[in-house]
Design a protein. Structure first.
Length: 60
């Protein structure tokens, strides 16, 4: 199962990752991205590619 790592200091709350996630497991909470259900992550890395500040990393 992939591990979703989100750097809260780098996250600007732009919502790009939330919009691109095919599993809809990323949400904005208090202006920052959070992974609401990491077990559902399929490791597609779309969020990594979309994030303009490199705040998200997917670890296999």
């Amino acid at each position: 199962m992939p591990d979703v790592l989100i750097n809260k200091e780098k996250c600007t709350g732009c919502n790009a990752c939330c919009e691109i996630c095919p599993m809809e497991i990323l949400k904005l909470v208090d202006g920052k991205c959070v992974c609401t259900n990491p077990a559902e992550c399929i490791g597609c890395r779309a969020c990594e590619a979309q994030c303009p500040t490199d705040a998200i990393k997917i670890k296999d």
